[in-house]
Design a protein around this ligand. Structure first.
Ligand code: FES
Length: 112
């Protein structure tokens, strides 16, 4: 799968199809890195680097709308970015997602 990102206006084409996002988070090699996670039929996008230390959250464990960092087990809500369990203290940045012809696009700027 080609995960190269191409900017389209305010949206960035991820090269990832909706079918490619299943039970595991999907790493997006962007700057800064992001991750995609499916919760039911909805795809969520959030910053991939744990806010506790420099570790990829897409290597963590996804259960429902909660991602758990595999390093020190901080937990975050992938919908809102909220910290659910320390040691992380800062919430994750989250990004809007849209689908076009089955491909996932993410916003270039985080939600406020
Ligand atoms: S690096 Fe994620 S909890 Fe420490």
């Amino acid at each position: 799968m080609d995960l190269s990102a191409e900017t389209v206006g305010n949206w960035i084409a991820t090269g990832v199809t909706i079918e490619a996002v299943r039970d595991e988070p999907v790493y997006l090699p962007m700057d800064p890195p992001r991750a995609l996670a499916r919760v039911g039929e909805t795809i969520h996008c959030f910053e991939d680097t744990c806010t506790h230390e420099d570790f990829s959250l897409s290597e963590g464990f996804l259960a429902g709308d909660v991602i758990e960092c595999a390093y020190h087990f901080a937990r975050f809500c992938v919908r809102t970015g909220e910290v659910l369990t320390q040691p992380a203290r800062r919430r994750l940045l989250t990004y809007a997602v849209k689908l076009e012809a089955g491909e996932i696009y993410v916003s270039s700027e985080p939600r406020r």
